[in-house]
Design a protein around this ligand. Structure first.
Ligand code: NCD
Length: 310
């Protein structure tokens, strides 16, 4: 039985842990769609505390908690409307808000912030993205989406396209998927390749990967294609973005001329030009089915954290 005291990353989750989380997520489908009323967390409260913008992660976490009968307090813009603006440290902030809730969902610009907060919080901390490090709940919802679309997590070739150096969701996805019989095709603009610590882990788990220089080559034998944006806000040099934006775009023409079988297309969203809207009508385009799975996995994680799985 999977037990979590915090969730800071997918690095240390096993195949069994991930399968169990996904199975619990699926059991919560009717609850998360509002067809079944649940009160399993009716005495629990969650604080979402976000130092960076969010649409999907924060709203789906909050919806998940509400669907389980719990309550939510929320700080959507901690940098400008909380005492962080006055210079309060992460330590002092966490030691304050752990008085107000039973679980903290934290998004922070610094890699390692979630692990640090977990070290001094009195309540569980769930990482909703820490800088360029990890975004474990996004990774889990992506893996659940692949399982829904492909009916398996084994024997797949997964192509990841974009800024793989700064994108935390592809870090978590790669770490999570490397527990399964998956191989990877990576393609990124030069200088934006997957970090060595991720590649080392993939290798140590016996998974294969190839780093391609063109989208066409990476798509040729893929079953799943994951596109991500250039993380403009994480580039030191603001002019760098202008020089590389548009250097890789997945549009319908490129897709149709490169794939050799039906593929599932995912994107963590938001997209800002790298995934053309003419791909939306492709049957395997799953990126607007993907966000609902965020409610499912986040509800599953909340039920696990409080030992109240369905
Ligand atoms: C991502 C994030 O914040 O890491 N968004 C998300 O959670 N779906 C990706 C992004 O901002 O590019």
């Amino acid at each position: 039985m999977v037990q979590l005291s915090h969730l800071v990353g997918l690095r240390d989750l096993s195949r069994g842990d991930i399968v169990e989380i996904l199975d619990i997520a699926e059991k919560l489908e009717d609850t998360c769609r509002g067809k079944v009323v649940s009160k399993i967390l009716n005495d629990k409260s969650m604080a979402t505390f976000f130092y960076e913008p969010s649409t999907r992660t924060r709203l789906s976490f909050e919806m998940a908690m509400l669907r389980l009968g719990g309550s939510v307090v929320s700080m959507a813009d901690a940098k400008s409307t909380s005492s962080v603006w006055k210079g309060e440290t992460l330590h002092d902030t966490i030691r304050t808000i752990d008085n107000y809730c039973d679980v903290i969902v934290l998004r922070h610009p610094d890699a390692g912030a979630a692990a640090e907060a977990a070290g001094y919080s009195k309540v569980p901390v769930l990482n909703a993205g820490d800088g360029t490090n990890e975004h474990p709940t996004q990774g889990l919802l992506d893996i659940l989406t692949i399982r829904h679309e492909k009916k398996t997590l084994d024997g797949l070739k997964v192509a990841l396209i974009g800024d793989l150096k700064h994108t935390r969701s592809t870090n978590s996805l790669t770490l999570g998927l490397s527990n399964f019989d998956v191989s990877f095709n990576f393609v990124s603009p030069s200088g934006f390749e997957t970090s060595d610590w991720i590649l080392d882990l993939v290798k140590s788990r016996g998974r294969k990967y190839v780093q391609y220089s063109t989208i066409q080559d990476a798509l040729a034998d893929a079953d799943v294609v994951y596109v991500c944006r250039i993380q403009k806000e994480r580039l030191g040099d603001p002019h760098l973005y202008d020089t590389i934006k548009g250097s890789y775009i997945l549009d319908r023409k490129t897709l149709d001329s490169s794939i050799t079988k039906d593929v599932t297309i995912l994107h963590h969203l938001p997209r800002v030009g790298e995934l053309a809207t003419d791909v939306d009508s492709y049957p395997g385009a799953a990126y607007f089915r993907q966000p609902f799975n965020g409610v499912l996995v986040r509800a599953a994680l909340l039920s696990i954290i409080f030992n109240r799985t369905p």
